[in-house]
Ligand binder design. Structure first.
Ligand SMILES: Cc1cc2nc3c(=O)[nH]c(=O)nc-3n(C[C@H](O)[C@H](O)[C@H](O)COP(=O)(O)OP(=O)(O)OC[C@H]3O[C@@H](n4cnc5c(N)ncnc54)[C@H](O)[C@@H]3O)c2cc1C
Length: 341
């Protein structure tokens, strides 16, 4: 009989589990039942008991590893904690969220346990046994994996299922002792852009994509990149949308051209960029060529504003295309959003 362990960790507050952790728990509950496996939940954090209530009702056994050493993500302490919980649960299958914290340690934990790790799992299914789906080659090839090696550790992509909703039941977590190795790494602080400077927001409902048109000469023969910046940032501030870019726009920063200062290659969407997941997407001043649109694979509702009635979006790649000047449309959209706020 398989034994499934779901590894989870706390968020930055230290007192709650991450959403991706709760999604992994939901996967654990679903597949423990589907393949008649036992289910154990493991929680990692400085004060993991404080974060235990949201797992209520998911599993009869909840393990935790707690203490100051686990306040910060660090390979040596996190790997030791995950290994200890896997051994305590005698897990044959391990689900864990594909967070930066776990993506760093889970392959190493699999090595220590003599098992196998698969990453970027987007779906699970049940045939004769558990099967895990992931994409290869920039989301072009979909593979369904089954393995006989145990333990099998699977890092599950966030945003792929509803998070576990706790039941009104008491949780009695069981502490697992960890023998820590010598810790040579200490996290002394985090340097990150302020929230409103951070334009890549994987959790956002909307993706706004800016294309090279924003920095091209407009009908008056002039470039209006300062206005473009204000319009784009105005939309982001009103909606908390995530910002994407076409390759042409992202590449301009290296070509000494008029650029949008907040745009980097990290924003690029497409074949050689990212493939984010958002409920809705709005493309502005972008042509919608295939190498760009392939990055929209997981955007459910697609809209585009382009001057060109013959652009790629108009050829079946968007649900709605507004053939219009984005410099005229976006101020109105922003005004409506501001009025709504
Ligand atoms: C191997 C390979 C990989 C690639 N990978 C990627 C990738 O990952 N991502 C990516 O984006 N591209 C990628 N590309 C490039 C891609 O083919 C396109 O060249 C690129 O997406 C074009 O960017 P764009 O639409 O912003 O610019 P343009 O093609 O210059 O289009 C600008 C658009 O803006 C419109 N416009 C101008 N002014 C306005 C206005 N005022 N209002 C409304 N619309 C306006 C124009 O009508 C035009 O349609 C790749 C290409 C190759 C060969």
């Amino acid at each position: 009989m398989e034994k499934i362990l779901v590894l989870t960790h706390v968020d930055e507050s230290g007192a709650a589990l991450t959403r991706a952790s709760l999604e992994s728990i939901a996967a654990g509950v679903e597949f423990a039942e589907a393949i008649s496996a036992t289910l154990v939940i493991g929680i990692l954090g400085a004060n993991a008991t404080a974060a235990a209530q949201p797992v209520a009702g998911a599993a009869s056994r909840v393990l935790f590893v707690s203490g100051e050493a686990f306040a910060q993500p660090r390979y040596a302490s996190d790997a030791a904690a995950c290994e200890a919980m896997c051994r305590a649960a005698e897990a044959t299958i391990v689900f864990a969220p594909e967070s930066s914290r776990f993506a760093r340690v889970v392959p190493g934990v699999a090595y220590r346990l003599g098992g196998f790790a698969d990453t970027h799992i987007t779906a699970l299914s049940k045939g004769d046994s558990l099967a895990a789906t992931r994409w290869f080659y920039r989301q072009r090839v979909e593979a369904v994996l089954q393995r006989t090696t145990r333990p099998w550790l699977l890092l599950l992509e966030g945003g792929t299922r509803e998070p576990w909703a706790a039941k009104a039941e008491p949780v009695q977590p069981e502490e697992i002792a960890v023998t820590l190795p010598v810790l040579r790494t200490n996290v002394v602080g985090i340097q990150a852009p302020k929230q409103d400077e951070q334009t890549i927001r994987p959790e956002a409902k909307i993706l706004l994509v800016a294309g090279a048109g924003w920095t091209k000469k407009q009908a008056d023969g002039q470039v209006h990149s300062v206005e473009a910046e204000q319009l784009i940032l105005g939309f982001l501030h009103s909606t908390d949308a995530s910002l994407g870019s076409s390759k042409s726009l992202a590449d301009q920063s290296g070509e000494d051209q008029q650029v949008l200062k907040f745009m980097t290659h990290m924003n690029q969407i497409g074949q050689t960029g990212a493939t984010p997941r958002h409920a809705k997407g709005l493309s502005t001043c972008c042509h919608g060529e295939e190498p760009h649109v392939v990055g929209w694979r997981f955007i459910n509702d697609r809209r585009a504003i382009s001057l060109d009635a013959n652009c790629g979006w108009a050829r079946g790649k968007a649900d709605v295309v507004y053939v219009a000047d984005a410099f005229k449309v976006m101020p109105k959209v922003n005004a409506l959003l501001a009025a709504k706020k």
